[in-house]
Design a protein around this ligand. Structure first.
Ligand code: SF4
Length: 426
């Protein structure tokens, strides 16, 4: 892994950066519980996953609740310049982050594949020394139809080694309903070109649970997906977020969701088909061929530190401190230019919240909770309470043995309900 400290060398020192409130809480305090490791903090460097939010999309999908905008002329180049400045200023301000190792880099959005390879390369080289990013996972979210074969080759050349393709569906009906800006044929072409360009780590997203979806339509989606042979698959159950057009159409009765039972049937079917095809269902919504679990996303699921840049990006110190950048493009730009912190909200989880989160992120994973980890991180009293609560869950939803507590696939589908029951009891 590369040393994150090299970032500071990639920039001229930031001018007169005021010591912000952020500096006060970044160091791990002696005696503070470390929910991610049993090593004392001072005995190890803290690896950090880096997230870069590139918020522009050619068209806004009505179900999406991410922070995104349609770009105007010059916006794509401008946001990269702003993120470069934010990187420089933040690392000058947050000296303890600057000493961290990197686990992975993730370009999310938005549609980061709208950016040129040169723009992405400038961000990568600001984070790492030249060529160093080849040592770890560098993911780019991409939409079908936004990349040519030549563009894909350039991405490989600048260090992107994992492509996460927002296919969503191969059904033209579903793509139309989702207001996607690509066809199924464009997805197939992008997959073919990605392979030709040398990408050997390809992830594809699919959405299920759309109004009117039938079992046959979903099975056809899975069949097409398997024909593409991606190394990794992320599966999304359509949600109707309140602030989105889909949320409003749902509230008005224009869109009628599938029944929960039918959605559960589709979820279990997906598990069966993908496992039969050699994928490991390693997290509630994610499947991987052996050796291709997402390094970056596992950081989130294991409660490890990550640092986000760009408008709306979130960060976490791996213990209690969380902060989020302002989700407003003009305000983000103003703060970067004024050399002010882009952090809009910062909060600390209480010990109770840490405990609940520790349980929830681990139960998302195939391995579930290791009792030894629970004892070491939280002590015998918490572990015994969790064991007692877990044994009260219906047997088809959980598996408990001397080493682990994990949810079954059926349990994963109703994970939120299970968590509420556990929280009441522990
Ligand atoms: S392309 Fe992705 S980020 Fe952009 S609006 Fe659609 S779902 Fe959201």
């Amino acid at each position: 892994m590369a040393d994150f400290a090299c970032v500071t060398g990639a920039f001229a020192p930031a001018k007169k950066v005021a010591k912000s409130e952020l500096n006060k809480t970044i160091s791990y305090t002696d005696g503070m519980r470390d929910p991610t490791s049993h090593m004392p903090y001072k005995a190890r460097a803290v690896p950090v996953a880096i997230y870069l939010h590139l918020p522009f999309c050619r068209r806004l999908c009505p179900y999406c609740d991410f922070f995104k905008k349609v770009p105007r002329r010059g916006d794509l180049a401008r946001i990269c310049e702003l993120i470069l400045s934010e990187l420089s200023a933040t690392l000058a301000r947050e000296s303890s982050w600057a000493d961290s190792l990197i686990t992975s880099i993730y370009f999310g959005g938005g549609t980061p594949s709208l950016h040129s390879a040169e723009q992405l390369a400038s961000l990568l080289s600001a984070i790492t020394q030249n060529g160093e990013h080849g040592k770890y996972e560098v993911t780019l979210e991409a939409n079908p139809g936004t990349l040519t074969l030549e563009g894909l080759k350039q991405l490989r050349d600048v260090g992107v080694n994992r492509l996460s393709l927002g296919a969503q569906s191969f059904s033209e009906r579903k793509l139309h309903l989702l207001y996607r800006d690509h066809t199924a044929d464009e997805t197939l072409t992008t997959v073919k070109n990605a392979r030709a360009a040398g990408f050997t780590n390809l992830s594809m997203d699919l959405i299920f649970g759309l109004p009117g979806e039938t079992k046959d339509e979903w099975l056809a989606d899975i069949e097409q997906l398997l024909a593409c042979e991606p190394e990794h698959v992320s599966l999304y159950n359509l949600e109707y977020h309140e602030q989105t057009p889909f949320g409003r159409w749902h509230a008005q009765g224009v869109l009628e969701p599938l029944s929960q039972d039918f959605e559960a049937e589709l979820y279990l079917l997906t598990h069966e088909k993908l496992e039969q095809a050699g994928y490991e269902h390693y997290e509630v919504s994610n499947f991987a061929k052996p050796g291709f679990r997402s390094v970056h996303n596992q950081v989130y699921w294991e409660g490890k530190p990550y640092l986000g840049f760009g408008p709306s990006a979130h960060s976490f110190d791996g213990v209690t401190r969380r902060f989020a950048n302002v989700a407003d493009l003009h305000e983000y730009e103003r703060r970067v230019i004024a050399n002010e912190s882009c952090v809009d909200r910062e909060w600390q989880n209480s010990e109770r919240e840490q405990w609940e989160e520790w349980i929830s992120v681990r139960l998302r994973r195939k391995e579930g909770i290791l009792w030894d980890d629970c004892h070491l991180a939280w002590g015998g009293k918490h572990a015994r309470a969790l064991w007692a609560a877990a044994t009260l869950l219906p047997e088809h939803l959980r598996e408990i043995d001397a080493a682990n507590f994990r949810l079954t696939t059926e349990g994963w589908f109703v994970e939120n309900e299970i968590l509420l029951k556990l929280y009441e009891a522990v």
